[in-house]
Design a protein around this ligand. Sequence first.
Ligand code: SF4
Ligand code: SF4
Length: 228
Amino acid sequence: MSLQSPQDSRERQLAELRKSLEAAKGLSTKELAAQIEMIGFQCLGCKDCCRGEDNSVVVFPFEIRSILEAAGLDWLEAVEPPGEGEWDRDGCFHTLEWRLKKNEGSCQFCRENGCRIYEARPLLCSTYPFYLDHGTVQCSECRGLGRMIDPAEAKKLAERLIERSITEIGEAISLLEKYHDFERGQPKERGPCIVHDSEGEHKIFEKTELEGARASEPRSSPRPRSCR
Ligand code: SF4
Ligand code: SF4
């Protein structure tokens, strides 16, 4: 029996992701649209999905750039790293994603008259309340579910869900390919933060320190995720 090295584990994860990518590319818009029609959906504009504790929008670097352009903000005005991650021996906090910054518990782009960055809103928002799990349409909480949906709208959502799935897997592959592992250290109260994403490493908060960062379970290679 041979022990599996972190490199083996990364290669295994990459192979699985590449397989998932091929599966996502083969998804049928027609079948997904039929599932969406069966579930039914009409957005009521209640903005529940943009507000509150559960609102947490994971964004990829290319989405962040579109948002910066649309909103006229700097990177760290628009997004922030999550509070969960791991500490290294030099006192840096490592994490794997960016999330839209919130304002008083709601997405900072939520306005009475709708989303301030509607045209540039992330894939996660434009497909809400739907997501795919192994090629099947699933739903998050939403009071607009169960209502009659126009077939053309269902088709558009199905196309967007496939695009989202392909994008998420592609981003995860790039992240893993560029990821440099580090020696784990003791959790600290505060410290500089390194965000690993599909473009590599972004070191932030060299002057401003990250407060309240929590240590997550240690692991030798990243498991990127995308969630709301
Ligand atoms: S997607 Fe659902 S939760 Fe979000 S605004 Fe529309 S009806 Fe409300
Ligand atoms: S980006 Fe727009 S749609 Fe997405 S959570 Fe924020 S306000 Fe809502």
